[in-house]
Design a protein around this ligand. Structure first.
Ligand code: AHM
Ligand code: MG
Length: 347
């Protein structure tokens, strides 16, 4: 548009060929001639759970959903009312899809059987329905993290069968409930696609196709309040970032999904290392570390544990097992690997 040829105020380009998540999933399915549609149906159920969790988070302060529920979850954390609601919404969506055999949720100690409608269901889902919930009452972004496995034919969906590394995930991603609701989805060895919830349409719209993260960026994200407990290589690494010619910026929200989403878009590194106080780290392998690691690798980044192993190759010893994690831009994670190597720690 040339100068002086501006359109009317508020004039906007109307895209009449929008790619919704529903359309995206249908198009993906048609690319796989062998597909039965089960995975697509499962994704529709996931999509509904994200929409409903987003809805309740938006309205939490208005309908008295803030604060504690009075219960404690599997890992000893006080449960927020929204933790309980998010968990219940997620379980109901998975059960009603008829495509999920079994579910692992951060909020439940045991596996949740979901195959009442269809005993032959083959998928297993691991999720943290509302990660970062300590931030909820302050209106800070939180998110749902999920990973989808396809179980072997005839699988009973036992705990043992769920102790799988991230390399076995068929799909993974997260939804961030922030200023807008953002869904990031990737399939095994596939691209990473980002969708934004359009609340008026009630649809996730493909807004960030084929996300590729910057190779490096001077931003680090970790809880330095824990540095008293950190091991030497981690202390040395963070110090090297502060002493860099152009010192790094520190950004830490304390909500993994929000910190990871920023890191994915802008580049940099997010870390929650194992330390002397928490030798296994804080974050859970099945429904926090592995799905995030798959997203970051598929977007061109790296994700490793505190032993410098590829995060997606780490096999959990129990369904709620934890790990240290470093994930981010390829070059930024490489710096962590190099410093650990000097200290004799390498994969
Ligand atoms: P949660 O699953 O109990 O919400 O805890 C996970 C959260 C992550 O979102 C975040 O990265 C981390 O815990 C923050 O921990 P800290 O408060 O120790 O920095
Ligand atoms: Mg969590």
């Amino acid at each position: 548009m040339s100068n002086g040829d501006a359109g009317p105020v508020g004039h906007e380009q109307v895209n009449t060929n929008i790619v919704t998540l529903t359309r995206f999933l249908t198009e993906e399915q048609t690319k796989h001639k062998e597909a039965t549609g089960d995975f697509t149906l499962l994704c529709h159920a996931l999509q509904f759970s994200f929409k409903s969790i987003a809805y309740y988070i938006r309205r939490a302060s208005l309908i008295n959903l803030g604060g504690l529920a009075g219960s404690v979850n599997e890992t000893g954390d006080d449960q927020k009312k929204l933790d309980v609601i998010g968990n219940d919404l997620f379980i109901a969506a998975m059960k009603s899809s008829g495509r999920v055999k079994v579910l692992v949720s951060e909020e439940e100690e045991e596996l949740i059987p979901c195959d009442q409608l269809n005993p032959n269901a083959r998928y297993a889902v691991a999720c943290d329905p509302i990660d970062g919930s300590s931030n909820l009452d302050a209106g800070v972004s939180v998110g749902t993290i999920f990973g989808v496995f396809k179980l072997a034919e005839g699988s009973k969906g036992t705990k043992q069968e769920l102790l799988l590394p991230g390399t076995e995930l068929v799909a993974a991603g997260f939804t961030m409930y922030g200023a807008s609701t953002q869904l990031v989805l990737t399939m095994k060895d596939g691209p990473v696609n980002g969708f934004t919830m359009d609340t008026s349409l009630g649809e996730f719209i493909l807004t960030h196709p084929d996300m590729k993260m910057p190779k490096k960026r001077s931003i680090y994200s970790c809880n330095e309040g824990n540095s008293k407990y950190w091991h030497e290589p981690v202390l040395e690494w963070v110090d090297s970032l502060k002493q860099a010619e152009k010192p790094y910026s520190a950004r830490y929200i304390g909500s993994m999904v929000a910190d990871a989403y920023r890191t994915l878009l802008y580049g940099g590194i997010f870390a929650y290392p194992a330390d002397k106080k928490s030798p296994k780290g804080k974050l859970r392998i099945l429904y926090e570390c592995a799905p995030m690691a798959m997203v970051f690798e598929n977007a061109g980044g790296q994700a490793i544990d505190s032993n410098m192993r590829r995060m997606v190759e780490v096999v959990p010893e129990s369904i709620h097992d934890r790990s240290g994690i470093f994930l981010g831009s390829y070059d930024e994670v490489q710096k962590v690997i190099e410093i650990h190597k000097k200290h004799g720690i390498s994969a």
